[in-house]
Design a protein around this ligand. Structure first.
Ligand code: PBG
Length: 357
């Protein structure tokens, strides 16, 4: 029922003769009971009616690792992003804690000589990611560490799995992924994040972790990960643009599909995923929304490298305001239903939010 509105007085008819015509034009008045702009008239009321918020608590900071000491290597396609040696990654971890960012996600640049067909470096307890986990946990124990489970930084062909001929072998890959996950858990990873899109890997990793008494280690599944052009700059950062043969469409999802994303998510939840992720972010807001609506489980979004690069490139040319576009894209992901966001803007956004508070 509509609430009975008080009868509003009818406007007096405009005097016919002497009123200047201009006055009638200057103050026309619509008979509107509902004026949505009233709630937006000032900052204080806009703050009161705001439906979604973005805080540092919502952010996970992806960090690229490289060998060396005090070494930073700029990633050309990601202005402002550098690969960091472990000592500098530890400093980034300290900064994350100071900024209130709950977790880092670690991605290695593996030396070309360490890449092979079997991705054996992924299982090396002293690989870059494992050493970084140990170093960060030693210095910054209260920061969450997310590690990527997938073979692409370690394979000579740049694919996320074991390749035979032109085929990525699903089950053979899953066996290696379980070992990779265990290797990371032993090094102190808090969240195992399989980004490979093989079938059955979440269940297999959960079973493997539990059998090794890692039942507290979480699984963040890249559940709906699309075969996207927006990963280009990331592949520069981890060196897989140089190695990748062909494309990943036989395992990553077709951008034309959304029902399939729901099946992927349902499957991963059934297999024991603690958190599911949609990736990329902004081009897939509809998928984030549907996943959150349908399943109501913790749902993360990955604002990927190409999304970051687009905002940075346009801002560098003065086409858009970089800070505003950054914050708008992040709140949009929240509005769509994301509980947290992996973003290369994490530190910058957290700083900006602090400044604005
Ligand atoms: C690889 C992986 C990719 C990303 C995260 N893990 C790239 C790919 O699948 O080729 C992309 C992240 C980004 O673009 O920021 N398993």
């Amino acid at each position: 029922m509509v609430w009975p509105l008080p009868q509003r007085p009818k406007r007096a008819p405009a005097p016919e003769q002497d009123a200047p015509a201009a006055a009638a034009v200057a103050a026309p008045k619509l008979d509107l009971a509902v004026r949505l702009r009233r709630n937006r008239k000032a900052d204080w009321t806009r703050r009161l009616v705001r439906e979604n918020t973005l805080t540092a608590d919502d952010l996970i900071w992806p960090v690229f690792l490289c060998e060396g000491e005090n070494a930073r290597e700029p990633v050309a396609s990601m202005p402002g992003v550098e690969r960091l040696s472990i000592d500098l990654a530890v400093r980034a971890a300290v900064e994350a804690v100071e900024l209130g960012i709950p977790a880092l996600a670690l991605f290695p640049f593996t030396g070309p000589s360490l890449r092979n067909e079997q991705a054996s470096e992924a299982l090396n307890p002293k690989n870059l990611v494992c050493r970084a986990c140990r170093a960060i946990n030693r210095e910054v124990p209260n920061l969450g560490l997310v590690t990527d489970v997938a073979l692409d930084p370690y394979t000579s062909h740049g694919h996320d799995g074991i390749l035979r001929g032109e085929k990525i072998l699903n089950d053979a890959t899953v066996f290696v992924l379980v070992e990779q996950a265990l290797n990371q858990a032993r090094a102190g990873a808090d969240i195992i994040a399989p980004s490979d899109m093989m079938d059955g890997r979440v269940g297999a990793i959960r079973a493997g972790l539990d059998a090794a008494n890692f039942e507290e280690v979480q699984i963040l599944s890249y559940a709906a990960k699309y075969a996207s052009a927006f990963y280009g700059p990331f592949r520069d950062a981890v060196g897989t643009n140089a190695t990748l043969t062909g494309d990943k469409r036989s395992y990553q999802m077709d951008p034309a599909n959304s029902n399939e994303a729901l099946r992927e998510v349902a499957q991963d939840i059934k297999e024991g995923a603690d958190i599911v992720m949609v990736k990329p972010g902004l081009p897939y807001l509809d998928i984030i929304f549907k996943v959150k609506e349908r399943f109501g489980v913790p749902t993360f979004a990955y604002q990927v490298s190409g999304e970051y690069a687009m905002i940075m490139a346009a801002a560098a040319r003065g086409f858009i305001d970089g800070d505003k576009a950054m914050l708008e894209s992040l709140i949009s992901l929240k509005r769509a239903g994301a509980d947290a966001i992996l973003t290369y803007f994490a530190a910058r956004a957290a700083k900006k939010l602090k400044e604005m508070a």
